[in-house]
Design a binder for this molecule. Structure first.
Ligand code: ADP
Length: 590
């Protein structure tokens, strides 16, 4: 009985059943009493007719016994009813079914009593007959003689026949009621189903919504309040779907932001379990399976763990710069922000790790650079100052010394000038303040012009310069002509510089599909392997004394590398001590 339609259906049915039973019993009883009343009236009329047709009021009853017997006896045989004629003393004068002599006095019979005083025109009684032995209906009418009750005509019928008739009536009634009840049962079920169908649909959609199927809707038609509920549920579903969509969108956006942050993000709950991290955090920690574990297991750095604990305990933001050595050496800016609930308790913390190794490295490089620049500047300045002072102290009177010292002062000033120009050039390239003038550059031409610029220097050391074959059609790239020339002059000068007299410097230019490859090789002193990776650093020289002696600033290769990269190229160096060095540049054609 859990089903709503069953409840409604059964209630309907029970209601109809009770109504029909009540109506049935009432109408049955009404029929029975109507039938009895009709029977009584009928018997009364029949008795009256007998009184009149037999002319009973005119003579003394007792003296007509034989005559009455003759007139009534055939009637008694033909009809079901029993006719009894009683005189005023209650003595039976004639009976259609029995011998009057055998019958006792009827004066005490209620139907006779009722009419004896002359007040009632009919006496009616039902009882079990002492004579025939079963229930009978007795109807008696008075026989009036000179206005006085002289006797009575009584007609009685067996109640059995009446009851049979009533039973037949009942039977017929049931025959009609039973199919009606069946029809009512069927109609009840149909009505109950019709009422509960929308309810069922509402329940199904509500369940769908509860299990996060927000696209579920009520499509069935209903009316009245059910229709209102359906519309409300549909509106609710729509609003939920919209809200869920927005939540999903926001969460996707948030995830995308968090996932792509360069800083590592980690959300740790109250149980110290990691519930969310991002890609950057995986990279910093060098681990993949992080979520679901406690932070103690994952974070190997004592300082970071301590910082997290501090966030939990002190309930305020904490920040620290920490160095970690696993999975690689890194300097991290670690910050912990507690997530506070309404009651002020900490529900978790957010850990942010930002890799500042590069920043710190650059800061070091910069301060080293400043120290280097000061040092580099100090050397020529000291020399200039020292020789000038020596001259002033009296050496200037010696013409030979004067000439010699002034030459040194001139050379040192030139070196100072070169140094300052290189520093300025480097700083401009680094700050990207010089816009690149891109044009189609014919590399064969640039190579020839650059070689021309260093040919005099090469000639002083009798160094042979070997040029590549000219390309046909000419090999071109989109770049800035002056920058390429500066690169080539720097590399060629170095090659001549660090190659013994009568050595050889070779230039090659090759087409490698999307790239051009330019090489400057020499068979000079070469670079020791340990220095190879540092030679592009500012002021780095393999042999300081030698480089300085030759007038080098130690900035040449650094400038070259920056220039190459400013035009999307790459530079590599290979070298063997005492055998020679090769610088290789790869440039995209476009
Ligand atoms: P420098 O002004 O001292 O030449 P660079 O930056 O041009 O400075 O070069 C850095 C250092 O690299 C040089 O001091 C030199 O030791 C080494 N070097 C550069 N080019 C060559 C080469 N072709 N052969 C050998 N050593 C070289």
């Amino acid at each position: 009985m859990n089903k709503l339609w069953l409840k409604i259906g059964v209630s309907f049915f029970v209601l109809f059943f009770i109504t029909i039973v009540v109506v049935g019993v009432f109408s049955g009883e009404l029929m029975k009493s109507t039938y009895m009343k009709m029977k009584e009236d009928q018997l009364k009329d029949e008795a009256q007719i007998l009184v009149h047709t037999l002319n009973l009021s005119n003579q003394d009853l007792d003296r007509r016994e034989a005559e009455l017997e003759e007139a009534v006896a055939p009637l008694g045989k033909e009809v079901d009813a029993r006719i009894t004629i009683i005189d005023q003393t209650g003595q039976v004068v004639m009976d259609s079914k029995e011998n009057p002599e055998k019958l006792g006095n009827h004066a005490s019979r209620p139907e006779f009593q009722a009419i004896l005083e002359g007040k009632k025109s009919v006496g009616i009684a039902t009882r079990k007959s002492a004579t025939v032995g079963y229930s009978m209906l007795y109807v008696a009418v008075p026989i009036l003689h000179d206005g006085k009750v002289d006797g009575a005509v009584r007609i009685s019928v067996s109640l059995e026949s009446i009851e049979k008739a009533v039973d037949t009536l009942w039977g017929n009634l049931l025959l009609i009621l039973l199919p009606i009840l069946l029809i009512i049962a069927a109609i009840s079920i149909i009505i109950a189903r019709r009422i509960t169908r929308p309810v069922k649909e509402i329940i199904e959609v509500s369940n769908d919504l509860a299990s996060r199927n927000y696209s579920s809707r009520i499509y069935g038609k209903s009316s009245g309040e059910l229709q209102e509920i359906s519309v409300s549920v549909n509106k609710l579903a729509e609003s939920l779907e919209q809200q869920m969509y927005e939540i999903r969108e926001n969460s996707q956006r948030l995830s995308a932001i968090v996932e792509n942050l360069v800083s590592g993000v980690m959300l740790i709950n109250y149980d110290k379990e990691i519930i969310m991290t991002n890609k950057a955090m995986y990279q910093i920690l060098g681990e993949q399976e992080i979520t679901g574990r406690t932070f103690y297991e994952v974070i190997k750095s004592f300082s970071v763990s301590q910082l997290i604990e501090k966030g939990f305990q002190e309930k305020q933001r904490a920040q620290e710069e920490v160095s970690i050595y696993f999975p690689r050496e890194m300097i991290l800016d670690a910050s912990v922000t507690p997530i506070l609930m309404e009651d002020g308790e900490v529900s978790g913390v957010v850990l942010l790790l930002h890799d500042i190794t590069q920043i710190r490295h650059l800061e070091n490089v910069r301060s080293e650079f400043v120290a280097n620049v000061s040092h580099e500047l100090k050397t020529p300045v000291t020399a200039v100052k020292g020789f000038a002072e020596t001259l002033l102290d009296g050496a200037m009177h010696n013409e030979e010394l004067l000439r010699q010292f002034l030459t040194i002062i001139k050379d040192e000033s030139e070196r100072l000038n070169r140094l300052i120009l290189d520093i300025l050039a480097l700083s401009k390239i680094e700050q990207k303040t010089l816009p690149i003038q891109i044009e189609q550059v014919n590399l064969d031409d640039v190579i020839r012009q650059s070689v021309e610029m260093v040919s005099e220097f090469a000639a002083t050391k009798s160094i042979e310069l070997e040029l590549p074959e000219k390309h046909e059609p000419p090999l071109e790239i989109a770049a800035e002509r002056d920058r390429i020339q500066q690169i080539l002059v720097n590399l060629l000068s170095n090659a001549i510089q660090y190659t013994q007299a009568e050595g050889k410097v070779r230039l090659s230019l090759d087409d490698a599909g999307d790239y051009v490859v330019l090489k400057v090789s020499d068979n000079g002193i070469g670079i020791p392997e340990k220095d190879l990776e540092r030679i592009f650093e500012r002021f780095y020289r393999v042999d300081k004394a030698r480089s300085r002696h030759s007038g080098g600033t130690g900035l040449g290769l650094s400038i070259v590398k920056h220039l190459v990269e400013s035009m999307a190229g790459e530079i590599f160096v290979t070298s063997k001590e005492d055998q020679g060095t090769t610088f290789e540049i790869k440039w995209p054609k476009k």
